[in-house]
Design a protein around this ligand. Structure first.
Ligand SMILES: C[S@@+](CC[C@H](N)C(=O)[O-])C[C@H]1O[C@@H](n2cnc3c(N)ncnc32)[C@H](O)[C@@H]1O
Length: 393
């Protein structure tokens, strides 16, 4: 294999001769890293960097030990490597060569066409005409049943919906019975989701956080996904929210260490991602606020985020953490977009949307939760003026 296939090769020039300690650092770097991953060579007035894969943090901390001038050739090398936008990630290392090899399929587009991609969404009749969001509801918390309230919004007026529906687990909500007959539960939920699809803009997104139901053997994430596919939404993907929460019980009585009926445990939840009409949502590049590192990490669709620890403080049994919303909004929406949560609870979605410079509307059936959601917004922006459902101050 030629050297340029094994390595990405970079050059960094220096003005004077390298000092003894700089030469020592080169030696140490070459000893510390495996030659097939990364090494440095000196040629007259430049350092040649042979880069296959690298633990950038380790490289940085080796440089830091030498207390070199910040304009040193090593700092320049570090900057050049860290500014490379295109790389894979494996075991904490950035992969610079061959990381996307397995994705190369000859005539990919033609084959996609033959296979009839999105066959399930064929014949949708979503209009491409997006509509203004009614100003009286913009940046408001609304106390209502979403099934009724959403009918007041026009078609195609919201950029992104992120929500976590009540799970029908029997949780102790303030104003909502969480142990319905399953058929009633899904009928109600799907009526609300139908409205959600209607109010989402063409190429807008709907993301639903669902916990798999381990008690009643209801695969709610599949049932919900199936609903969206039947309603011609495009499936963009699925994120595993790894909560690392091992609190769930090990076994049902009588099933311990027996193949009779082992009890499966879940330490994670799902986020199902759907798009209306188009997977690509065009927007103003100046309104993108995700950093290169965030993007690299978050497109790996397993997110390790601890569950919300302040549920007692907020008096809500099923909040999601702000970090989850931050990732969703930065990855799937632009600043100034309109974000809706039809099961807004104590307002995690609306609070984070507000912090990140998005517009929002949060609906919840419980007055108590809505008051808390408003309070959170008030704390976020001291100058925030609270409006109620009718839009009065
Ligand atoms: C899983 S919680 C969402 C919690 C939220 N993600 C948070 O971080 O606070 C579901 C919420 O749906 C609300 N809810 C239940 N039925 C509703 C309905 N028909 N319309 C609006 N909200 C409803 C409940 O009051 C509850 O707060």
């Amino acid at each position: 294999m030629a050297n340029n296939e094994k390595y990405k090769v970079l050059e960094v020039r220096f003005n004077d001769q390298l000092s003894n300690s700089e030469l020592e650092l080169i030696n140490n770097i070459n000893k510390e890293f495996s030659k097939k991953d990364f090494y440095l060579a000196v040629e007259r007035d430049k350092i040649i960097i042979y880069l296959n894969q690298l633990d950038l943090e380790k490289f940085g901390s080796m440089i830091a030990k030498y207390n070199l001038d910040p304009t040193s050739v090593f700092h320049k090398a570090y900057e050049q490597i860290s500014s490379i936008g295109s790389y894979g990630i494996k075991g904490g290392k950035r992969l610079f060569v061959g990381y996307n090899k397995e994705r190369k399929v000859a005539n990919r587009k033609g084959k996609e066409k033959e296979r009839k991609k999105f066959f399930y969404a064929k014949g949708h009749n979503f209009s491409k005409q997006n509509n203004e969001f009614p100003s009286q509801y913009l940046n408001k918390i609304i106390c209502a049943d979403s099934e009724e309230f959403l009918t007041q919004l026009p078609d195609n007026c919201v950029d992104l919906i992120f929500t976590s529906p009540p799970y029908n687990f029997g949780l102790d909500y303030e104003n909502h019975d969480d142990s319905n007959h399953w058929e009633n539960y899904f009928t109600k939920l799907f009526n609300i989701f139908k409205e959600c699809i209607r109010v989402t803009k063409y190429s807008g997104r709907i993301l639903v956080n669902v916990q798999p139901l381990f008690s009643d053997y209801i695969p709610s994430h599949h049932m919900i996904s199936n609903f969206f596919l039947q309603n011609k939404m495009l499936w963009k993907g699925e994120i595993i929210w790894e909560k690392n929460n091992y609190n769930c019980k090990y076994t049902a009585w009588g099933s311990w260490k027996s193949p009779a009926s082992p009890y499966l445990k879940y330490t994670w939840e799902f986020i199902e991602v759907f798009c209306k009409g188009d997977l690509v949502k065009k927007g103003d590049n100046n309104k993108i606020d995700i950093s290169a590192d965030e993007f690299k990490q978050w497109v790996v669709a397993k997110w390790s985020i601890a569950p919300e620890r302040k549920m007692k403080e907020f008096g809500h049994p099923a909040m999601f953490p702000e970090q989850l919303v931050e990732r969703v909004l930065k990855l799937f929406s632009y600043k100034d977009d309109i974000i809706l949560d039809p099961f807004n609870g104590v307002g995690t979605t609306t609070t984070v949307a507000c912090k990140l410079g998005r517009n929002y509307i949060g609906i919840d059936i419980s007055e108590e939760y809505c008051e808390k959601a408003k309070q959170r917004l008030k704390n976020t922006y001291k100058n925030y003026t609270i409006f109620d459902y009718a839009g009065t101050e």
